[in-house]
Design a protein around this ligand. Structure first.
Ligand SMILES: Cc1cc2nc3c(=O)[nH]c(=O)nc-3n(C[C@H](O)[C@H](O)[C@H](O)COP(=O)(O)OP(=O)(O)OC[C@H]3O[C@@H](n4cnc5c(N)ncnc54)[C@H](O)[C@@H]3O)c2cc1C
Length: 427
């Protein structure tokens, strides 16, 4: 994409081709126009088209260009916020509703993959949240207890059990969440696009929306070469938002996150590291994540951007970190390195916005957007088709709140991650 191997890296090298799409050629009519071709927009398109709506998706660049094509591929259940804290933040009704919806959200992802035969290296053997030090163990104990009392299949593993599951002795405990799994994210989002097209949606790429106007009860959105008139607009642009809804971007702090993929590891290492193929990440503030792809490449990531001095700093750190966590791994070669921006909200919760009458969208997934984006896309479809009233949505309607000192704080994330990695912080 954009001829830049640092944008989608391994995922672009290995994913099945995207369905053929072109840019918007002229003026069209639809029931719903969806702006943004990631998990949220394409799940919304698929579910609306299945209900018989005439749907047009406009994507500025390519399918999966934003976070959906660049992420780690951990299909998580729930959010960062502790389950018990949610009702206090959102109120009982929304808190319970959101917990149920996002706790079960991986089901929808794996169901869609099965139903639409999406080839995306799907593995559902759970995820391992790995505890670093006493503080990490305390956090996992709380999380485990709060999910367990809600009947979720989560298991707190001690250091020995963790060492067997991870293939490393550096972690003090881990939380195995059997609701979760891993996918190849670009392959998944391309598969969603194919399924949406098969259900009747029209998708146009290379078609940035530049403006939106209300005319009577209808909306018209414009690109440089055409327009779409529709009753509803779904704004699914999230952290990669370009005009005409800059407030969606302004509400989010961009946290850069990179991944490196090793060459396929030896059979011995593959049998020893993550032998059951869970996806893993740790409890540190500047966290690290690791998982395998289907051909035995270890994908290792952390906070930072692969640009400027960051490219070398993070690469050198990643090699050292891998050697520290997996001492037998040796001097690994990286086949690919890429990065993207995660959209963080001020309270770590996603948001539902009505930006104008019949202009709606979800955003702000705080680095957990595969399952939420998929399930929120379905919620948008159910709301637009009249199945789900406003009062029954999983989040209250809020106005986007601009984050203060955004530019400065984003620069601090980028510089701070380099400093931390230069200082050699690993475990
Ligand atoms: C490096 C990284 C690692 C991550 N790891 C994980 C993970 O392991 N698990 C997980 O669950 N989540 C993860 N996430 C988060 C997850 O990827 C995102 O939350 C999710 O992809 C958001 O999907 P989306 O469809 O809402 O937005 P996006 O996928 O960002 O799509 C938005 C699209 O809108 C388009 N767009 C913007 N403006 C316009 C316009 N004016 N006109 C037309 N199109 C427009 C963009 O080009 C973009 O393609 C990660 C994110 C990153 C960046």
């Amino acid at each position: 994409m954009l001829d830049d191997p640092r944008s989608h890296g391994l995922w672009e090298n290995m994913a099945p081709a995207a369905p053929q799409t072109a840019s918007l050629p002229g003026d069209l009519n639809a029931d719903v126009v969806i702006v943004g071709g990631g998990f949220t927009g394409l799940s919304s398109a698929l579910h609306l088209a299945q209900k018989g709506a005439k749907v047009v998706v406009l994507e500025a660049v390519e399918i999966g260009f934003g976070g959906s094509g660049r992420n780690v591929g951990l299909v998580n259940a729930g959010m960062w916020v502790m389950p018990d804290d949610l009702p206090g933040v959102l109120g009982e009704d929304y808190g319970d509703r959101l917990l149920k919806l996002l706790g079960n959200a991986p089901d929808l992802v794996f169901d869609l993959i099965g139903k639409h035969k999406i080839e995306c290296e799907a593995v559902r053997s759970g995820t391992l949240h790995c505890g670093v030090g006493a503080a990490g163990v305390r956090e996992l104990e709380q999380r485990a207890g709060q999910w367990a009392k809600r009947g979720a299949p989560v298991h707190l593993l001690d250091a020995d059990e963790t060492a067997k599951k991870v293939g490393s002795t550096v972690y003090a405990a881990s939380l195995l969440d059997l609701r979760a799994g891993t996918i190849q994210p670009l392959a998944y989002v391309r598969g969603l696009a194919r399924a949406a097209i098969e259900a009747g949606a029209d998708i146009f790429t290379g078609s940035p929306v530049v403006s939106a106007e209300r005319s009577g009860q209808r909306w018209s959105v414009q690109t440089s070469r055409g327009s779409v008139s529709a009753d509803w607009i779904v704004v699914a642009t999230n952290a990669y938002t370009k005009a005409p809804w800059p407030q969606v971007r302004a509400e989010l702090l961009h946290l850069p996150y990179f991944n490196f993929a090793t060459a396929p590891l030896s059979e011995n290492l593959r049998a020893f590291i993550l032998p059951e193929r869970q996806g893993a990440w740790d409890t540190k503030e500047i966290l690290s994540s690791f998982r395998f792809d289907s051909q035995g490449r270890l994908v290792f990531g952390s906070v930072g951007a692969l640009r400027g001095t960051g490219t070398a700093v993070h690469r050198i750190w990643a090699k050292r970190a891998l050697a520290r966590i997996f001492p037998d791994i040796g001097d690994v070669e990286f086949e690919a390195g890429w990065y993207g921006k995660i959209g963080m909200t001020s309270d770590s919760l996603p948001k539902f916005h009505r930006l104008a009458p019949n202009v709606i969208g979800f955003s702000g997934y705080n680095g957990r957007g595969i399952a939420p984006g998929t399930v929120f896309g379905q919620v948008l479809a159910r709301h637009i088709s009249g199945e789900l009233s406003e009062a029954d949505l999983p989040l209250p309607i809020t106005d986007p709140q601009e984050q203060t000192f955004r530019t400065l704080r984003e620069a601090c994330y980028e510089a701070g991650s380099q400093l931390a990695h230069l200082a050699g912080t690993i475990i």
